[in-house]
Design a protein around this ligand. Structure first.
Ligand code: NOJ
Length: 557
């Protein structure tokens, strides 16, 4: 079997965050009918698959990642009939639809949890983690990802329940076979409708060490880090293999597991086709490169050498053993052009550079809404304008610890998830054409300059550059199949790599800086002058001087 027999290996995925994509009814919130209106836009871009962030019924403590009913659509987004129509329309255009599967936790308003809370002998009690307190304290010292303890006391039964995210997101207990069966039934419900796969939310966190031991705690920290007891936990491979055997293997679908803390070695175990778990995973390693030891809010500037080393490790470790997903952005990450590029003078150049740098690697690329037009981070000077629970909790926690307002806001400007969640900028009219009402979160003020309409009218736009990259992936097997080799590994400004397949070579040369950089290396410099230019972000000419944020891709024949 050739590597390209699996359709998802030649595919490019586009992520829609429905709340911020397109509002069709003027309530300020994106919806399913809005998505339908924009399917032709996605078809024009050329993407094969749409990954839809949660559209299920939810009280929205974490924008839909807290699900109240897995088999109903959130009122604000429409009805099941709208969903069915969307699925048909996606398929009619030759695209596929992948849904978010959020089964590490539910909402505390989910019927299972409502039951579970009622009494210690309720049949649903064991669907969640309930524990007695220890000497009047929480059952262990774990902190929640969104701040505070990972335990919430409930007086009905005088016990605590575990929530690794917000207290409205209680963790499901995968040790319970009845719970697993319910989850598999729910997955079948969606697959039987004809969806084409799942993106699995924090799926490597579903197996916890059942003893729930205290986590390591360093000086001055309020909570312990229980990560090693719940990330890549003791039964994770067994659970994923069971899910595969019971459900996924029966459908021609793709799966991608979101896996914080997974190393390339873990990724091989999760994605080796022989092991029948998932097709690919989302790593966090390259997204942690600009974080200090205290976590994402402790800012650190990008060291390109670290980034190159990390991406190379993933490229080479998974080659012929598993499969990579390739991404710079999603609804949890700041905008890449503001993060690793330059969102000022070189916004367009650096957005194209980042796109090419990623899309010539091996794996399945993911584009997050707005990335294809170079959308940027946002600075809301008032905390009240932020909506993200993680951002708001962090602000309050740091404020209480004595951090200065300005310092906290600086971290928010750089790292808040709301950077990715401002509405899609469709045109230069009021509210960027996203809504006729009041948007649920403010629009990025740069919409007059950065919007889809302007991009579509300009043949040199970032949009058409992405379109070209998607097309090349379809035409050139070397992109999916070739070996990967990093060149000039210690160069602080240049990211240069080569792909090789039989006699074919593709060289990708990226200048990650606002300066002109001369390529001193003989071999690379000769290729720059002689090889055939496949793609670039400047009017290209064959020289060994790279202009600011220049990317140039060359082919040997
Ligand atoms: C990862 C999701 O991408 C994020 O948005 C969410 O807050 C957490 N998982 C919890 O579901």
């Amino acid at each position: 079997m050739s590597i390209n027999d699996e359709w998802w290996k030649k595919s490019v995925v586009y992520q829609i965050y429905p709340r911020s994509f397109m509002d069709s009814n003027g309530d300020g919130i994106g919806d399913i009918r809005g998505i339908i209106e924009k399917l032709d836009y996605l078809k024009l871009l050329g993407v094969d698959v749409i990954w839809l962030s949660p559209v299920y019924d939810s009280p929205n403590d974490d924008n839909g990642y807290d699900i109240r009913n897995y088999q109903a659509i959130m009122n604000e987004f429409g009805a099941m009939a709208d969903f069915d129509q969307m699925l048909t329309e996606v398929h009619n255009r030759g695209m596929k639809l992948v849904m978010d599967l959020v089964v590490n936790h539910t909402s505390d308003e989910h019927a299972w949890f409502v039951e579970s809370k009622k009494s210690k002998d309720n049949p649903y009690r064991d669907f969640y983690f309930w524990r007695k307190g220890k000497e009047g304290q929480e059952p262990n010292n774990w902190g929640s990802v969104f701040g505070g303890s990972a335990w919430q006391y409930d007086e009905t039964t005088d016990e605590y329940y575990l929530h690794l995210f917000s207290k409205k997101q209680p963790d499901l207990n995968w040790e319970n076979p009845k719970l697993r069966k319910e989850v598999y039934n729910m997955m079948r419900f969606w697959l039987d409708k004809g969806i084409d796969g799942f993106r699995m939310d924090v799926i490597n966190m579903i197996s916890k060490n059942p003893n729930l031991p205290d986590g390591d705690k360093s000086e001055g920290q309020l909570y312990g880090d229980g990560g090693r007891y719940f990330m890549n936990g003791p039964r994770i491979h067994e659970f994923l293999q069971e899910m595969n055997q019971e459900v996924l293997s029966k459908y021609p679908v793709m799966t991608v597991g979101e896996m914080p803390g997974a190393t390339p070695e873990d990724a091989v175990l999760y994605t080796d086709p022989e092991r029948k778990e998932v097709n690919m995973i989302f790593t966090f390693e390259h997204m942690d490169i600009d974080s200090g030891p205290g976590g994402k809010w402790n800012l650190k500037s990008l060291d390109l050498v670290d980034l190159k080393e990390n991406l190379t490790k993933w490229q080479t470790s998974l080659c012929n053993k598993g499969w990579n997903s390739l991404y710079w952005n999603n609804h949890d990450q700041p905008r890449i052009v503001s993060r690793f590029g330059d969102d000022g003078q070189y916004r367009e150049k650096s957005a194209k550079l980042l796109a090419a740098c990623l899309h010539f690697m091996q794996g399945t690329p993911y584009i997050y809404q707005g990335e294809e037009i170079g959308m940027t981070n946002v600075k809301f000077t008032l905390l009240e304008d932020y909506r993200d629970i993680e951002t708001i909790n962090m602000y309050n926690e740091r404020k209480a610890l004595g951090y200065a307002h300005e310092d906290i806001m600086n971290s928010i400007y750089v790292k808040s998830r709301d950077n990715a969640r401002t509405p899609m900028q469709w045109d230069s009219t009021k509210n960027a054409g996203f809504t006729t009402g009041t948007p649920w979160i403010k629009i990025n003020p740069r919409y007059k300059e950065i919007n889809a309409k302007a991009a579509l009218e300009n043949p040199q736009s970032i949009f058409y550059f992405y379109q070209k990259l998607i097309q090349l992936r379809k035409e050139m097997d070397i992109i999916t199949e070739g070996d990967f080799e990093l060149l000039l590994k210690d160069h602080p400004q240049l990211f240069v790599y080569e792909r090789k397949l039989n006699d074919e070579r593709v060289l990708v040369v990226c200048n990650f800086s606002g300066d002109e950089v001369t390529v001193e290396d003989e071999a690379v410099s000769t290729k720059l002058k002689k090889d055939h230019i496949l793609l670039g972000n400047y009017e290209t000419k064959g020289t060994n001087v790279l202009r600011p944020y220049e990317v140039i891709v060359l082919k040997n024949s």
